[in-house]
Design a protein around this ligand. Structure first.
Ligand SMILES: NC(=O)C1=CN([C@@H]2O[C@H](COP(=O)(O)OP(=O)(O)OC[C@H]3O[C@@H](n4cnc5c(N)ncnc54)[C@H](OP(=O)(O)O)[C@@H]3O)[C@@H](O)[C@H]2O)C=CC1
Ligand SMILES: O=C([O-])CC(=O)C(=O)O
Length: 265
């Protein structure tokens, strides 16, 4: 008989709540919710004990990070060093090369990344073995309010707020963009993880008042082929910066880690 995977969730928000509720309801064969970590007191809202981070690391086989890039920076290495595995949603933290290098080398815990809001990462990772991808582009289009940032000047904010159509708010690489939109463009770092190069992924971030669905378009080509993946997600009603599908991508990752048969890997 295989052991049940004890899972702790860090971040009881749009992602964590759905993942934690599903785990507590035994929706993921071979995994159970052991505890929850969050900034705010959750009281009865959490279906498992709310504990400090240190205690979660001690009690769990696997921690799901669904809190933000800062949590990855502060805790990821300690989780892995303690022997606990870590599944990261805030992949944008990996734009820091030093941190990325340390996490990939850390152990005995293992680090994993969820595909989150983008598709096709499995194929892009496979394609690397045929040779480099020369051209990789990601275009992310979201509601303007979900893209407002403290560093933006009045002129850009005014343009976003009064837009009647799409407005490009940033063009850069997967190294620059997730740092500027830490809660909204982790997908850029996820594409870069699949492609194996942060600087090779050209990213456009577009604010569009008509974007009732969040759109991510990944386009890549090389001598061996051309690839295009486009998704249009309903945003989470409580946190429209996050697409509603993301917790289900995390649950899919958890099912694979728990060893459920029949998974597409
Ligand atoms: N890979 C992907 O495709 C995606 C990745 N993400 C990443 O996942 C993260 C979480 O998303 P989402 O659930 O929508 O965010 P929410 O803001 O809805 O929830 C995050 C929760 O984590 C809590 N939190 C933040 N920092 C800490 C901390 N240091 N310790 C404990 N709790 C903390 C927050 O509390 P408080 O509000 O008090 O800070 C909040 O309750 C995003 O910030 C983003 O980085 C999101 C969408 C897609
Ligand atoms: O949920 C999404 O569509 C993407 C997102 O917020 C992120 O990548 O951080």
């Amino acid at each position: 008989m295989t052991r049940t995977l004890k899972v702790g969730i860090v971040g009881w928000g749009a992602i964590g709540r759905v993942v934690g509720t599903a785990l507590a309801g035994q929706d993921v064969q071979g995994a159970e919710l052991t505890c929850v970590v969050d900034n705010r007191p959750l009281g009865e809202a959490a279906p498992a004990p709310q504990v400090p981070f240190e205690e979660a690391v001690e009690r769990c086989d696997l921690i799901v990070e669904a809190a933000g890039q800062g949590v990855v920076r502060e805790w990821a290495e300690r989780v892995l060093t303690s022997g606990t595995d870590l599944l990261i949603a805030s992949t944008g933290a990996l734009t820091d090369d030093e941190l990325a290098k340390r996490l990939l080398a850390a152990g005995p815990g293992r680090v994993y990344f969820t595909g989150g809001a983008v598709g096709g990462l499995d194929l892009l990772q496979a394609v690397r073995h045929l040779g480099p991808l020369e051209d990789v582009h990601l275009t992310t289009t979201k509601l303007p309010s979900t893209l407002e940032q403290p560093w933006m000047d009045e002129e850009l904010l005014a343009r976003m707020r009064s837009a009647t159509g799409p407005v490009e708010v940033m063009a850069g690489t997967a190294r620059d963009v997730p740092v500027k939109f830490p809660k909204s463009t982790n997908v850029a770092a996820s594409v870069a993880l699949a492609v194996g190069d942060l600087d090779a992924v050209r990213v456009r971030v577009v604010a569009d008042p008509g974007a009732t669905r969040t759109r991510h378009v990944v386009e890549a080509s090389g001598t061996h082929g051309a690839y295009r993946f486009e998704v249009a997600h309903a945003p989470d009603p409580g946190n429209p910066a996050t697409s509603q599908v993301v917790p289900y991508a995390v649950l899919r990752s958890l099912a694979a880690l728990a060893g459920r048969t029949g998974q597409i890997l």
